[in-house]
Design a binder for this molecule. Structure first.
Ligand SMILES: Cc1cc2nc3c(=O)[nH]c(=O)nc-3n(C[C@H](O)[C@H](O)[C@H](O)COP(=O)(O)O)c2cc1C
Length: 133
């Protein structure tokens, strides 16, 4: 890892494995039941082929998009996931601040460790809430 910064999901996984207890790592890294969908999701990304291009000016690119009327600089958002305090003492507040710093959108989970009001007051991230009904 150059400058010790992770460059892909696998390298983030390695760091997470070192930072977390086995139980918490397995909770975050695992999928439901026999993990068929988890494996298929990873395989689906593997089927997307990118053609490498060199000497192309990428100093002025635009990946912005909108979701339900909210504009954002890229189509990358934070999906709802519960119990962020297993990974960070600030919990979902830390995740919301990170999303806000990228002008991204965070979906706060129904099973989050932090209260909705606490997360909402912590930053200006675009706020979506996931609710089981
Ligand atoms: C640790 C963990 C916790 C999750 N918690 C929730 C949750 O509280 N609510 C929810 O709707 N989805 C939850 N999910 C599902 C994710 O939002 C997401 O749909 C799933 O990881 C699949 O991602 P993908 O749709 O990008 O493939 C959780 C997933 C993980 C790995």
């Amino acid at each position: 890892m150059e400058n010790n910064l992770p460059v892909n999901v696998r390298e983030y996984q390695e760091l997470a494995k070192k930072a977390l207890s086995k139980m918490h790592y397995d909770y975050i890294n695992g999928g439901a039941e026999d993990e068929h969908t988890l494996r298929d999701n990873i395989a689906a990304y593997g089927r997307i082929l990118l053609r490498p291009r060199v000497l192309v000016d990428v100093s002025n690119i635009d990946m912005s998009t909108s979701l339900l009327g909210y504009n954002m600089p890229s189509p990358i958002i934070v999906a709802p996931t519960g119990s962020h305090k297993v990974a960070n003492p600030e919990g979902e507040v830390a995740t919301a601040k990170a999303a806000a710093s990228c002008n991204s959108l965070m979906v706060l989970s129904f099973s989050s460790n932090c209260r909705i009001e606490e997360v909402a007051a912590s930053c200006d991230a675009i706020r979506f809430y996931q609710l089981y009904v």
